[in-house]
Design a binder for this molecule. Structure first.
Ligand code: NAP
Length: 544
């Protein structure tokens, strides 16, 4: 398979591939494309039966972008940009999955992707400076370089409550949604969880089901998405304007088309502030979160002004004021968790067939064969939907037995939180690069993916040109970056709140303590730092 590959193994024999990539989502697909350009042999191992990652697995009703479609697609191919037309400002999952398949076909990616192949371990071989990966089937493959493209939100988690397997009806986690359509007609349906996923699901199925019961543990702030079809004229403008759109995403804090307003919330009058919030609430997308006053996510008093504004909107939209109060978060400020965007979500609670159960008042005791038992009563259901989130950021790494030099386990190295070099490498794990791992700039994720893939490709080009077979971060480099990431998180209100962004997941053993798992500086600053490392010939790495 790797016949044309130059064997640069220091000691022996042929490795199966120059590079193995784990995962065929947006990161893995683009990485494969770039490695082919370098002339390296690469194999992608993917657990699913198709490409798309997040968009392959998350087939739940109502799943869609909340970045503008035209800022989300790949930017690397002019031809692709010219050919593909997004039908909505925020495309739905079926369209995005079609897009992923279109990309795979266009660039003939599938011939190097092996589907239904979950990687269970990756062990570094000191003697041969290579990696040996094992699949669930027991098959093994070797490579010089290992690239993880396993996504920050790809390991779903279920509540740790008794009786889950006893339920006689249908039940699904949203990220393991069946490929065939689920018929909700006349059904009694439960949704557990009110994060971005739960909200999209609830607002979509409320009108289809017989009766819907929403089990909410923590209320989340949400704001309108304002989606719409893209008309022909706008389509033309988008295509002509791609250069500007991507240039803007490159300049903004988190790679969205939105970026913080330079003013502080108290630098304008109360009327101006109210008018600004009103404008943002009426606009498409993340403007109210990413394009708001510069201090709403760091200053408690500034945050209180937008929280108060959105709380008033919720009270105005929900008729039953007791229900409205339950939907208004009291333990965190607006935008300090990842903001879900909604489409008539709050109006769902004005329907006769929808009921909200506040799990803070009446926690779930167990799942029964018929439904759900809370401390208050038994509920009967035909379908239970778990919109209960993910073991985020480090969870997918934890699931693979990754061992570096001398057999050191990555999971053990990260017991007290991830330690990385630029979010891309980890000292002691030579020749392993991570795409969208911990400590990297996430934001509008395909923009970040393209940058990280290009950086990794640059490093591998350098290694190939110099005949290097060993690339490792230094302990100082890893400690320095980890400290930097932690320092950037100081003062952010989001780091004082329990959420997947702070590494909390009560459904997972050992994930009850907040950690700094994501880079929270600006994307331009992140890129400048990584660019400097490349420009200086990667002297910060141990090379051999
Ligand atoms: P999430 O934000 O972690 O929300 C999980 C929800 O389930 C929370 O409401 C949580 O309550 C609840 N929950 C978890 N375990 C529970 C239990 N044992 N009992 C009761 N409730 C429980 O997960 P998510 O909604 O899947 O979203 C994760 C991230 O994926 C988002 O923040 C976003 O970045 C991404 N996403 C993006 C889109 C998009 O539009 N592009 C859509 C969906 C998701 P607590 O808050 O009390 O823990």
């Amino acid at each position: 398979m790797a016949a044309s590959r130059q064997d640069n193994s220091p000691e022996t024999g042929a490795l199966d591939y120059d590079v193995i990539i784990i995962g065929a989502g947006l990161s893995g697909m683009y990485q494969l494309y770039r490695l082919r350009e370098l002339g390296l042999t690469a194999r992608v191992f993917e657990a699913g039966t198709g490409v798309g990652g997040t968009w392959y697995w998350n087939r739940y009703p109502g799943a869609r972008f909340d970045s503008e479609s035209y800022s989300y697609g790949y930017s690397f191919s002019k031809e692709l940009l010219e050919e593909w037309e997004w039908s909505e400002h925020f495309a739905g999952q079926p369209e995005t999955l079609r897009y992923c398949n279109y990309v795979a076909d266009k660039f003939d990616l599938r011939r190097d992707i092996q589907f239904e192949s979950r990687v269970t371990s990756a062990i570094y071989q000191d003697e041969t400076r290579s990696w040996r990966i094992t699949l669930e089937s027991g098959a093994q493959h070797s490579c010089r370089f290992l690239i993880t493209a396993i996504g920050p939100l790809s390991t779903p988690t279920l509540p740790r409550v008794e009786g889950r397997d006893d339920f006689k009806g249908q039940s699904f986690h949203t990220a393991r949604w069946p490929k065939q359509k689920v018929d909700f007609t006349g059904k009694r349906v439960a949704v557990i969880g009110t994060g971005a996923t739960g909200i999209q699901t609830i607002q979509t199925i409320a009108s289809e089901v017989g009766h819907l019961t929403v089990f909410q543990r923590t209320a989340n702030w949400a704001a309108p998405l304002h989606n719409g079809k893209i008309d022909a004229e706008t389509q033309g403008k988008i295509k002509a304007g791609y250069g500007e759109i991507f240039a803007r995403c490159k300049e903004t804090f988190a790679c969205f088309v939105h970026t913080p307003d330079p003013r502080g919330a108290f630098e304008v009058s109360e009327q101006e502030r109210e008018a600004f919030y009103e404008k943002l609430y009426g606009e498409r997308g993340f403007g109210i979160w990413q394009g708001n006053f510069r201090d709403i996510l760091i200053d408690r008093a500034a945050n209180a002004t937008i929280s108060d504004f959105v709380a008033r909107k919720i009270r105005a939209r929900v008729k039953n004021q007791a229900v409205a109060e339950k939907l208004i978060p009291t333990n965190h400020g607006f935008g300090t968790r990842r903001l879900p965007l909604e489409t008539f979500y709050y109006e769902v609670y004005n329907r006769d067939n929808v009921e909200l159960v506040d799990l803070k008042q009446t926690p779930i005791e167990r799942i029964t064969p018929e439904g759900i038992r809370t401390t208050e009563k038994d509920y009967a259901f035909d379908i239970i939907i778990y919109a209960t989130g993910f073991d985020a950021i480090t969870g997918s790494f934890d699931k693979i037995d990754i061992r570096g030099a001398g057999g050191a386990r990555l999971k053990e190295k990260w017991t007290h939180g991830p330690e990385t070099y630029l979010g891309l490498m980890v000292d002691g794990f030579p020749n392993m690069m991570m795409l969208m791992g911990p400590h990297t700039a996430l934001g509008n994720i395909p923009r970040s993916i393209e940058y990280s893939v290009d950086w990794v490709t640059g490093l591998l080009r350098f290694a190939t040109e110099k005949g290097l077979t060993f690339l490792d971060a230094t302990p100082e480099g890893t400690a320095g970056w980890t400290d930097h990431v932690k320092a950037l998180g100081v003062g952010l209100l989001s780091n004082e709140v329990d959420s997947w962004m702070t590494g909390i997941n009560r459904n997972v053993e050992g994930k009850q303590t907040r950690i700094v798992a994501r880079y929270s500086g600006s994307a331009p600053a992140y890129r400048a730092r990584c660019d400097a490392v490349a420009a200086q010939g990667y002297v910060e790495l141990r090379l051999g």
